[in-house]
Design a protein around this ligand. Structure first.
Ligand SMILES: *Cc1c(COP(=O)(O)O)cnc(C)c1O
Length: 239
């Protein structure tokens, strides 16, 4: 377990200042523009009032990873669905419940899910922005395409499911001090951009409370922070 990644539950403003300072310093140290990194607030188990506090402080993007929780809370948020992304494992029977409440599904992890999403988009005559989730450590407990299937999956989705607009990659790397997983993700992301220069591939969603500085050094454009911003979650909700 990576320690010392949690903010003070009572001081969202202070936590955000600390995070912003770390983002600034890390970006600077590797020659990146800090504005190229979006801070997403991950809202699981967090009461809507506290989510709204983060929004009032300037957070521009929320991450939801449970369909039911999102459905219960999203109307209380002082932001539009444009500012909400889905980041959790999505079962096909929940697509209809979530698709109008978010502007991006970051967790497309199978062709089967992509197909079902595309079908629902056809039914509702809409488009959906997506990221392909990569299981970069090949961990059995985590979702995502294996790295070696990623490019094939991209081609299938692009050709067969035109309602989905692939905007990049998302990952939850192994909890390890080894930077190889971040490096592999950066390489995959760059390869994808190079292979499709005419496509709007602009998002590498990588880095959480315990590892966001490392993720930034390896090109992350979006860090997903729960505990660093809102403090420790209740014990039952460790993920
Ligand atoms: C919970 C969660 C996060 C945030 O994790 P923290 O360690 O609290 O920052 C990020 N991404 C996903 C997919 C999550 O489920």
């Amino acid at each position: 377990m990576i320690k010392n990644c949690c903010g003070d539950a009572g001081d969202i403003a202070g936590n955000l200042r600390t995070i912003q300072e770390k983002v600034r310093q890390t970006a600077q140290s590797c020659g990146r523009d800090e504005k190229s990194i979006t801070i997403m607030a991950v809202t699981k188990t967090v009461a809507p009032e506290r989510v709204n506090e983060a929004l009032a402080l300037g957070i521009s993007l929320l991450g939801e990873n449970r369909v039911q929780e999102c459905c219960e809370k999203y109307q209380s948020y002082r932001c539009g669905t444009q500012q909400i992304h889905f980041i959790g494992h999505l079962q096909t029977n929940k697509i209809r419940a979530i698709i109008n409440k978010v502007s991006m599904i970051e967790s497309v992890d199978t062709i089967h899910l992509a197909e079902a999403l595309n079908e629902e988009c056809v039914r509702q005559d809409m488009q959906m922005a997506v990221l392909l989730q990569v299981n970069i450590g090949m961990e059995p407990t985590k979702s995502g395409f294996p790295a070696e299937e990623l490019f094939q999956a991209y081609d299938v989705i692009e050709k067969q499911f035109p309602r989905l607009q692939i905007r990049g990659l998302m990952t939850v790397p192994p909890d390890s001090p080894d930077d190889q997983y971040f490096a592999q993700m950066q390489k995959l992301y760059q390869k994808l951009q190079q292979a499709h220069p005419d496509r709007p591939i602009d998002t590498l969603s990588m880095g959480m409370s315990g590892d966001f500085e490392r993720a930034i050094r390896f090109g992350s454009t979006q860090i997903r922070l729960g505990r660093a911003l809102f403090g420790q979650r209740p014990q039952l909700n460790k993920n």
